[in-house]
Structures are given as C-alpha cells and as structure tokens.
Design a protein around this ligand. Structure first.
Ligand code: N1C
Length: 249
C-alpha cells in the first residue's frame, strides 16, 4: 500500500508540474489580445518535449516565433544586460520603453523554467539544466531565439541599460553582446544610447574598456552615445509621473 501511495504521489506531482507550466503559460498569454493561446502552447511545448534537455537548439523555437512574430516599436526598444531589476522597475512605472518582456512570448516565459526528457511526454519545471550547464538547454535556447528576433526587429533610436557596478558591463558572453548588438544594422537602427546605471561609489563609467568593445562591435553608421545615470536619479524619475520620458537622462 505504501508503495502504491508513493507511486501515485509521484505521478500526481509530476502531472502538476506539467499543468503548472501550462496554466501559467495560458493565464499570462490570455492577458494579450488576438492570440490563440492553446495552439501557441502546443507549438511551444513541441519545441522541447521528448528531447534531451541539453539538446534543444534555438532553431527548435523557429515555429513558435513564426506563429508569434515580434512586433517592433521603433525608437522605444530597450535592451539590457545585468540590469534586469532596474530595467523592469523602470519600464513598469513609466511607459517610455519596450523590453523583450513586454512582448507576448517574453512576458509569458519570463522567470519560468522548463525542460523535457528523451522518450517521455513529461514536462519538468525543476531539475532542469542551469543556464551554463550546457549550451543548448531548453530555456537558454528560447532566450537566444527570442533575443535574436527582438534585435532583428530593432529600429530607429535604440537604448540599452547596462550595469555600472560591475567591472565589465559589456561582457562578451552575454546575450546582449553575443547576439543582440551584432544584429543591429544601419540604417534600420539609427543610434544606440547606453544608459550606464551607477551607484554612488562606482568606479565604472562611460570610459570603461568593455564599452570600447561595444563601439567596435557596432555596425558603422550607428551613432553611439553613453550616459551615466545614478540609480537614485533613475528611481526619482520613474516614481515621478510628471517627469516626461525624455528627461530621465
Ligand atoms: O545575457 P544578457 O543578460 O545580456 O541578456 C539580456 C538581453 C536583453 O537585452 C533581452 O532582450 O537578452 C534578452 N533577454 C531577456 O529578455 C530575458 N528575460 C529574462 C535575455 N535573457 C532574459 N532573461 C533571463 O535573464 C534569462 O533566463 C537569463 O537567466 C538572464 C540573462 O540575463 P543577463 O545575463 O543579465
């Protein structure tokens, strides 16, 4: 009896993991108008179920992004690296910029973990490979693909929020450096403004060596500029509805 109960418990828990992911997916998806969420869920899960969780290339998500194309908003697109919380605090309070997490799929999958298993229909939301455990893991490949699409859609004046509290704000291994910057092309993208978020005692500023690399990586013809913005200034601006978008930096 103990064994039967234990097996049942495992089955119920595993089933819950699938249902949990599906539920979050559908609830978040339904907040957006004009999408067939049930259909998109099936396309999404087919990208990784039945597969070794370390063998999901970014191409596995091609169909998903064909079904849900990224909609560009020129002059309002905001990229970021190592500043997730700052960016989302800011964009959550002020309607100036659009990040990947404002796009349907980015919003639906932000913060979630998922993977499958070879020869099994199961979906897992825990025990999945971590970001750096293997290159082609189900979650990382999704963000690689989503970021590719987002960067390909970039147009006009583009912004990026970088972290001034770390020695290398532009790290070559980041998605921003390895995927997004490379896909900005002139004249579709006119300019890139780096917003370097700094704290009082920071040593990193716009003269940082890694930012030289960023300028070198950028397609010639795209105008580059960098602004140091104190975290306190950023917060004051986002908390003050009277301050128009253009005045925060
Ligand atoms: O590797 P990063 O930063 O440079 O990636 C950030 C960059 C942004 O400009 C986004 O457009 O790539 C896009 N992006 C996301 O939108 C995103 N949302 C959540 C990349 N990664 C994203 N995540 C999670 O953040 C992801 O699961 C992984 O754990 C981090 C990578 O962030 P990073 O290293 O700070």
């Amino acid at each position: 009896l103990v064994i039967i109960v234990a097996v049942l418990l495992v089955v119920v828990i595993k089933d819950n993991e699938t249902n949990q992911l599906e539920k979050s997916f559908l609830t978040r998806c339904e907040a957006f108008e004009g999408y067939n969420c049930e259909e998109i869920w099936i396309i999404f899960k087919n990208a990784f179920v039945q597969k070794d969780p370390c063998k999901v290339p970014m191409e596995a998500y091609d169909l998903l992004f064909t079904a849900v194309p990224t909609k560009p908003s020129c002059n309002r697109m905001m990229f970021w690296t190592k500043t997730k919380d700052f960016v989302h605090d800011f964009t959550g309070k002020k309607d100036c910029f659009v990040t990947l997490e404002n796009m349907m799929l980015g919003s639906v999958l932000d913060g979630l973990t998922w993977c499958g298993k070879e020869n099994s229909d199961e979906i897992f939301t825990s025990g999945c490979p971590g970001w750096t455990d293997c290159e082609n893991n189900a979650v990382r490949s999704f963000w690689n693909k989503a970021s590719t699409e987002f960067a390909d859609a970039a147009c006009g004046d583009v912004s990026a929020m970088l972290n001034g509290s770390i020695a290398t704000p532009y790290a070559p291994t980041s998605i921003f450096a390895s995927i997004e910057v490379k896909r900005f092309t002139s004249p579709r993208v006119r300019s890139l403004t780096v917003v370097l978020v700094t704290e009082e005692k920071d040593v990193t500023n716009c003269t940082n060596a890694s930012l030289k690399n960023l300028q070198n990586d950028l397609d010639k013809g795209i105008k580059y500029s960098c602004k140091e913005v104190a975290e306190s200034q950023l917060q004051e601006c986002s908390n003050n509805p009277e301050k128009p978008c253009g005045t925060c930096w």
